[in-house]
Design a protein around this ligand. Sequence first.
Ligand code: NDP
Ligand code: 2IT
Length: 447
Amino acid sequence: MKSVYERVIARDPDQPEFHQAVEEVLDSLAPVIEDNPDYMDVVMGMVEPERVMQFRVPWYDDDGKLHVNRGFRVQFNSAIGPYKGGLRFHPSVNLSILKFLAFEQVFKNSLTGLPMGGGKGGSDFDPKGKSDSEVRRFCQSFMSELWRHIGADLDVPAGDIGVGGREIGYLFGMYRKLANEFTGVLTGKGISYGGSLIRPEATGYGLVYFAREMLSAKGKSFDGATVAISGSGNVAQFACEKVLDLGGKPVTMSDSGGYIHDPTGIDRDKLSWIMDLKNKSRGRIKEYAERFDGVEYTESEPEPNLNKLWGTKVDVALPCATQNEINGDEAKMLVDGGAIAVAEGANMPCTPEAVEVFLKNGILFAPGKASNAGGVATSGLEMSQNSLRMSWSREEVDQKLEGIMVNIHKNAFDTAERYGMPGNYVAGANIAGFLKVAEATTAQGIL
Ligand code: NDP
Ligand code: 2IT
């Protein structure tokens, strides 16, 4: 196992996020390889993407000035289904980040029980501060290259940071024009052109369904629990909504500028105000503290300063912004504040040191590849509806989503127990996700 990891580092020494994601999975797989040494060959292949595309994305801003961004699609693993995973538009996007996300996606998609392989893509384009027409021109230019690499039975992208309903609409329109076909090549589409009800809500709802299961296994619940949420985008907003449904009290939200702490709780009216602020006027979370009384706003400080959001005294933490947003010291702040559970809404928001702090202190910890799988699971349901040329009701989709999250929890829980690590959802999720892909890869002759 060590030699596989060393080779990953030697091949791409400048990809720290990818190394981090691989190391965590390899650490978990040792007992599996002990049981089945033949799976070592599968592991050797699994750390290398099947295919990576990088391309130029030129576009003109509203003043007629040319910008040239970089576009990517990482097609990591298609052993159990077509590549599936989101597109991220953020200035930090590079191959290390997309490879880590695509690698995680392979295990996550396997855990959903649906036939989806893993992929991820995106661009270093920053949608912040851009006009609608600039975003449209960028999306059209991006798709003018991406379209030849994707397809409903080949690779089905969706949203992620900086890519929501608006961007998926522009991307889908351009694909339809270039490919001259109307297929379910993207998920997260609008309802009027093949989208699934509940897809926008799915990641946040699924996260809270998973956390509910984890709490309930310890005889606890969200009822009356104080909850820290980071981020204020798609995942954070609907996590907040579902926490309210279950009787919890969300008290924080953030964006890259800083965080708000509302000790009286973010109720439904305030959440609806946040949704308008973020999804319509594309404003900053700081404005919440100007709009509502008794709210404290704390500006982000440059690293290595600690993010004080995690010093808020809460029962449950749901990091829903981005990777590595909770380090070891910030994890200790949560533990000292009395937190009993942490569930990752974002992908890899907790560093390995943070995860160690949680596990050592007996904090319930849900890794993103299990707890945020509701988004891609519902994307899988959107693909099914598109193939059937049918659409299911809100209740039907929500029920299926909840069933999938309950199953993922059970699978991760039982697998951890079976391998002698009871309560360790990291090991349980990594092993359970791996086993299905390993079996499929072996059956197909390790290509
Ligand atoms: P959005 O773009 O809707 O929201 C992202 C939020 O996180 C914003 O509040 C943003 O603030 C904040 N954020 C992003 N990057 C940073 C950063 N570098 N530092 C501080 N804050 C940051 O994205 P999503 O809600 O869709 O995604 C959030 C996380 O959830 C990501 O890790 C994503 O990979 C993961 N995820 C998303 C799924 C989905 O279905 N959308 C499914 C599974 C996981 P600002 O606006 O200031 O940038
Ligand atoms: O990280 C993720 O799982 C997503 N961004 C959702 C991917 C999808 O295909 O719905």
